[in-house]
Design a protein around this ligand. Structure first.
Ligand SMILES: C[S@@+](CC[C@H](N)C(=O)[O-])C[C@H]1O[C@@H](n2cnc3c(N)ncnc32)[C@H](O)[C@@H]1O
Length: 152
């Protein structure tokens, strides 16, 4: 089960992290991190610890280069692997831009592993079976984007 690489625009990513109320020192996990745009913003703007999980080795390399360029060693991490193999119990916030089918498959794992009060924010795709606490519309460079907030 996979999703193509389409980056979340910066303003949409910032709004995702804002409505998730990311606090300094919290752990933000982005399964299917692409080039780690969201991870990088979580660290540089919100002072969080960022962890991306990415299956595509070229994108993993791009994440590492971005972290090095920005001096994020020790604060931003990328895991090369399948997002279904990761243990999410470490996360305070999970950001998703994957698709309804992957969200649905991932939902029971997130429900099992995330602590009470952890937040999940999903770009454009709802998590089927969960009720969103909040839904916002964000204007991107070319279209409007939806962001869904869930609290465990
Ligand atoms: C739509 S992009 C989102 C990128 C980033 N999260 C963002 O919002 O900018 C989805 C990413 O998920 C990755 N991906 C898809 N299936 C995956 C899997 N099973 N495990 C890890 N990464 C996966 C793809 O390679 C792609 O980079």
């Amino acid at each position: 089960m996979t999703a193509p690489y389409v980056p979340t625009p910066r303003d949409v990513a910032l709004e995702m992290l804002r409505i998730a109320d990311v606090k300094p020192g919290e752990v933000v996990v982005d399964p299917g991190a692409g080039e780690c745009g969201i991870v990088t913003l979580a660290v540089t703007v919100f002072n969080a610890i960022g962890i991306g999980i990415e299956i595509n080795s070229a994108l993993v390399r791009a994440c590492i280069e971005n972290f090095e360029r920005l001096g994020l060693k020790g604060r931003a991490y990328i895991v090369w692997g399948d997002l279904f193999d990761f243990d999410y119990s470490i996360a305070d916030v999970v950001t998703l831009y994957l698709g309804s089918d992957i969200n649905e498959t991932l939902r029971p794992k997130l429900s099992r592993e995330l602590r009470r009060g952890a937040r999940v924010v999903s770009h454009d795709f709802e998590v089927p079976g969960w009720r969103a606490e909040k839904t916002v519309t964000v204007s991107g460079p070319f279209r409007m984007h939806r962001v869904y907030l869930y609290i465990i």
